[in-house]
Design a protein around this ligand. Structure first.
Ligand code: PHE
Length: 339
């Protein structure tokens, strides 16, 4: 092996590197010449047999082979790589806008019911339910509503038959639960209600309530106030105020109505709360002993509170909705803002 031979091999190696068609061919050239059992190590091994003066020259030529070939291989490898990256992105235009798929959202009424349910669950309530089509007995009679009460009139209530109506409130679920379950009882019952109301900004013939019923041996108005206030803070935030006003319902005694301070204006007065700073949320009271008698629960042993909250009312102050009809028009542009 002499210097000329080594220089000739170098040319051959550089030619092969220069003409390699792709990255794989280039790698094959590298292995052939520089690999552990390739040509260069064999040349290096052969140097030992040469006379010292020729060996130095030949060693230099071998080093040149290695350095020039390595440089050329590196250069071409980088070129192949960037060409590959360019090819991979050729079909991808990074300046195009992304593909946007609209995701659905829960209706505000559903959101309020789900949040309220979660809050009451933490307070030990379970969820009960009853049908939209109710008996007159469950909706009125068992709830101590006199036969002459105006709410029974067909001008206020949708009658399907003499004894079947669309329920006007979720309170009949109280009756269903108490007929089937002995106290202690702690339930809420969210659901639809129907009244022959003329629709306006705050009324709808079809709306939602969340009924609550708590029956135990010692229950007072203080329990009602405490639990409702806790719920209000969880639902509306720590700054909400709750106001109780005396009222009348046949099925509670004493009876109250309670209001939440308006979440939209913070109680200052606005369009949503009709400038009053308050929104009426619910009727409530202590279960009338005459209701207990109707369902066979001894009023001398048991006491209870009940409430029936308006879901739309809560949704309106929570989301700042000025007109209840927005909740039923199902305009997705409106609903998407409340997602
Ligand atoms: N059912 C009553 C209504 O619809 C609300 C209420 C529920 C009042 C429970 C007292 C107790 O107005």
């Amino acid at each position: 092996m002499n210097v000329n031979e080594i220089v000739g091999l170098k040319q051959q190696a550089l030619d092969e590197a220069r003409t390699a068609a792709d990255a794989a061919a280039l790698e094959a050239v590298r292995i052939k010449w520089l690999g552990r059992s390739g040509q260069l190590p064999a040349i290096m091994k052969g140097l030992g047999a040469l006379a010292p003066d020729v060996r130095r020259e030949a060693g230099r030529a071998a080093n040149e082979l290695k350095n020039e070939l390595t440089a050329l291989l590196d250069e071409r490898k980088t070129a192949f790589e960037s060409a590959g990256a360019r090819a991979a992105t050729a079909s991808f235009d990074a300046t195009l806008p992304g593909r946007w798929r609209a995701s659905g959202s829960l209706h505000p009424i559903t959101q309020v019911i789900e949040r309220a349910t979660a809050i009451f669950r933490t307070m030990g309530f379970t969820v009960a339910s009853g049908p939209d089509i109710e008996t007159v007995f469950n909706n009125f009679t068992a709830l101590n509503t006199p036969a002459s009460h105006p709410s029974r009139s067909p001008s206020d209530t949708f009658y399907l038959q003499d004894d079947l109506i669309l329920r006007t409130q979720t309170s009949p679920v109280q009756i269903r639960v108490m007929l089937n379950q002995q106290p202690p009882i702690r339930i809420i019952a969210p659901g639809r209600c129907y009244r022959r109301d003329t629709t306006d900004a705050t009324h709808s013939a079809n709306f939602h309530q969340i009924e609550g019923l708590y029956v135990d041996r010692k229950v007072s108005l203080a329990d009602l106030k405490g639990d409702v206030s806790h719920f209000a803070k969880q639902m509306m935030g720590p700054d909400v105020k709750v106001r109780f006003r005396p009222h009348f319902f046949p099925f509670t005694e004493p009876s109250v109505e309670y209001d939440f301070s308006c979440h939209v204006c913070g109680g200052q007065g606005c369009r949503v709360c009709k400038q009053s700073g308050w929104i009426e949320i619910s009727g409530a009271g202590l279960v009338n002993p005459r209701v207990f008698e109707q369902v066979g629960i001894d009023p001398n042993e048991w006491q209870g509170y009940a409430f029936g909250m308006g879901v739309e009312r809560i949704a309106m102050i929570l989301f700042g909705i000025g007109d209840i009809r927005h909740l039923y028009e199902n305009d997705v542009r409106f609903l998407a803002q409340l997602a």
